[in-house]
Design a protein around this ligand. Structure first.
Ligand code: 4NP
Length: 156
């Protein structure tokens, strides 16, 4: 059974591409069958590669996210994905406001699967913010994968 996960932030060029990359690597390491994507609630960066600072931080951690391209979240995503995972409370509120009737996706906050709270927006900060972002995102995706694996185990 393949579980599908969509990570969502504001621009889809900083946090959610890092989450997508980290989750892809973890799923591969754990042989977990996951379909993984990311999107933004905003439309400013559609078609853009991840922010150079996010790409650099990912590379420092051995992860190449340069091929990812930003897109905006759509209503259709709520029918396509099992999980839609927001980076911060504003992303979550925006997602809940656009969730269509009959949505399949469970919508959650990434760090609810780890230490709680938001993954702060690093866009207007310095390079060092991206190291913290990566750490939080890694904690979150690890907890999320555990939650998904646990759900699978109990529904077998
Ligand atoms: P992200 O960061 O939501 O983590 O991708 C941002 C990227 C761009 C903007 C805001 C946040 N922006 O305002 O353009």
């Amino acid at each position: 059974m393949t579980t599908s996960v969509l990570f969502v932030c504001l621009g889809n060029i900083c946090r959610s591409p890092l989450a997508e990359g980290a989750m892809r690597r973890l799923a591969e390491a754990e042989s977990a069958a996951l379909e993984i994507d990311s999107a933004g609630t905003g439309d400013w960066h559609i078609g853009h590669a991840p922010d150079p600072r996010a790409q650099a931080e990912a590379l420092r951690r051995g992860l190449d996210i340069s091929m990812l391209r930003a897109r905006q979240v759509t209503e259709e995503d709520f029918h396509r994905f099992d999980h839609i995972v927001a980076m911060d409370a504003k992303n979550l509120a925006d997602l809940l406001a656009m969730r269509p009737d009959g949505a399949r996706a469970a919508v959650s906050l990434l760090l609810d699967h780890a230490e709680g709270g938001d993954v702060p927006d690093p866009y207007y900060g310095g390079d060092e913010g991206f190291a913290e972002t990566f750490q939080l995102v890694e904690d979150g995706v690890r907890g999320l994968l555990q939650a998904i694996s646990g759900q699978r185990a109990t529904t077998l």
